[in-house]
Write a protein that binds this ligand. Structure first.
Ligand SMILES: O=C[C@H](O)COP(=O)(O)O
Length: 250
């Protein structure tokens, strides 16, 4: 049985004070959870957030990292730096990183390898754009994103991978994939992994849905058999909304 995960990706939101405020609200609003709960504040607030959440069941993740161990990469952050502040989960491949920072599958494969080498867990994001769905290419696109960034991995590495299917057309748009569309794609992802690896690995991997998940639609989306929780953007910035989404993940 896969345990659900609800992860809040704060993106480039909340300064230091606001971060502290939201964390304190979350601690009050989420007293218990069947699901694993993760938040991903910005880099500058990660260490302090991890400190504030010490002893809490709410965990902290990074939104990105570089593939190199160290060196002349101005403005970048390594896996070792994250681990040194107690952060051992990283989001990779978010569509905003792909679209605005030119991250492609081959760069992401390097980041995946670096994170695994450092012993980190990865929340790996992927998903098709609107035009690709309209033209019926969405399954092909998703399969190639997985193949290019992840299918070189050894079977044993998959226990460190969480997948997050995020159709780009549903991110921050208010337009959600229907629960049926999410289920259909998640089942396809599992089938693709089973074909490439094994049924065991396919059944074991946690697959989150992301894209305009809100308190009002979370329960129905999470009730689908292959949907194991969500990666939440906008609604993770409001404690009451995030708490309601966490409560919907059973
Ligand atoms: O990482 C989260 C996703 O981009 C979803 O964002 P959203 O919930 O604001 O649509």
């Amino acid at each position: 049985m896969r345990r659900k995960i609800v992860a809040g990706n704060w993106k480039m939101n909340k300064n230091r004070e606001e971060t502290a405020q939201l964390i304190s609200e979350l601690k009050t609003a989420i007293k218990k959870s069947d699901a694993e709960v993760i938040i991903a504040p910005t880099f500058v607030n990660l260490a302090e957030s991890a400190g504030k959440l010490k002893g809490s069941f709410i965990q902290v993740a990074a939104q990105n990292m570089h593939f190199a161990e160290s060196g002349a990469y101005t403005g970048e952050i390594s896996a070792d730096m994250l681990k040194s502040i107690g952060v051992s989960t990283v989001i990779l491949g978010h569509s905003e990183r792909r679209a605005y920072f030119g991250e492609d599958d081959s760069l992401l494969a390097k980041k995946v390898d670096a994170a695994l080498k450092a012993g980190m867990r990865i929340i790996f994001c992927f998903g098709e754009e609107l035009e690709q769905r309209k033209s019926g290419e969405h399954f092909k696109v998703v399969e190639s994103q997985l193949k290019n960034a992840l299918f070189h991995l050894k079977a044993a590495s998959w226990k460190h991978i969480v997948l997050a299917y995020e159709p780009v057309w549903a991110i921050g748009t208010g337009e959600t994939a229907s629960p049926e569309q999410a289920q259909e794609m998640h089942a396809f992802i599992r089938k693709t992994i089973a074909r490439t690896y094994s049924d065991d690995i396919a059944q074991g991997v946690t697959i989150l849905y992301g894209g305009s998940v809100k308190p009002g639609n979370a329960e129905e989306i999470f009730s689908k058999v292959d949907v194991d929780g969500g990666l939440i953007g906008g609604a993770s910035l409001v404690a009451a909304d995030f708490a309601a989404i966490v409560a919907a993940a059973r």
